[in-house]
Design a protein around this ligand. Structure first.
Ligand SMILES: C[S@@+](CC[C@H](N)C(=O)[O-])C[C@H]1O[C@@H](n2cnc3c(N)ncnc32)[C@H](O)[C@@H]1O
Length: 253
């Protein structure tokens, strides 16, 4: 059982990403970004994007051995992430981001601490939704979702309160790496939903992913954002959405 207040140990992930950095000579933000691209494309069974990204490090025609080693190193970092998230019983990719990004000037995002996410989720949802039914999913939304922590905390809380009601999470972030982190966090937490890489103010959408952890192959699908408008909040949950949005200002952005 994890201690909610203890820091999460993500050193296994950070060490593997650092090994890739030493091997390739690229900076941490780039390694981290490309790792998220590789992971999301692997979850989505998108071989083209996966191979294109690996080509940027080790083109297939140059050195297959080096390419294989690199692919293995990236997936080992993912394996460490899965282990760390399972042990901590919470989303942890934001912790990796903060830990390895803190040393880069242009990589300085910080997310709402997990305990605060849980507290907010509790305050916002407790005693609400008395009419929750099996037929209509409840939604949690975060228009500036970062790594998706708040979405996971909200979805978990709603599930605890209404175990028979499906929960769907929707998030938007204008930073592509954050949007991919949210995709990964939802997939690992088993929370279905939709994440858009876009701007919540201008309603612009660049890319979008649907996460369906019950559909294991693929658990993630990329869809055309033009085909899907961001979900309207449930009227019952508008206050929750507003409150969830408020939390981002606590995150130091
Ligand atoms: C402090 S983080 C908070 C993330 C998350 N809500 C949390 O609690 O951990 C703020 C996030 O808002 C995103 N953001 C800022 N303006 C945005 C906009 N107009 N549309 C979408 N995302 C935005 C940033 O990229 C950043 O990831």
């Amino acid at each position: 059982m994890s201690d909610a207040t203890s820091p999460v140990d993500v050193s296994g992930v950070a060490d593997r990403l650092d090994a890739i950095r030493f091997e390739t000579g690229h900076r941490r933000p780039r390694i981290f970004r490309d790792w998220t691209i590789l992971m999301v494309s692997a979850l989505a069974r998108d071989d083209e994007t996966y191979n294109d990204r690996l080509d940027k490090y080790a083109p297939a025609e140059d050195d297959m051995e080096q390419r294989r080693e690199l692919a293995t190193a990236f997936s080992e970092a993912f394996g460490e992430l899965v282990i760390a998230a399972r042990e901590a019983e919470r989303p942890v990719i934001g912790d990796v981001y903060e830990q390895i990004g803190a040393q880069a000037d242009d990589f300085g995002q910080y997310f709402t601490p997990w305990d605060l996410c849980r507290l907010k989720a509790q305050l916002i949802t407790d005693g609400r939704n008395p009419d929750a039914s099996q037929d209509e999913p409840m939604s949690v939304s975060d228009p500036t979702c970062g790594s998706g922590r708040l979405l996971v905390a909200g979805a978990k809380r709603l599930r605890e309160q209404h175990p028979d009601t499906p929960v769907v999470a929707t998030g938007v972030d204008k930073d592509a790496t954050c949007a991919r982190m949210a995709v990964i966090n939802l997939a690992l937490a088993g929370v279905p939903g939709k994440i858009r890489y876009g701007d919540s103010l201008t309603m612009e959408g660049h890319r979008e992913w649907v996460i369906d952890p019950t559909d294991t192959d693929p658990a993630v699908r990329e869809v055309d954002p033009a085909d899907s408008e961001p979900d309207e909040p449930d009227s019952d949950l508008q206050t929750e959405q507003a409150a969830l949005s408020e939390v981002r200002t606590d995150g130091g952005d």
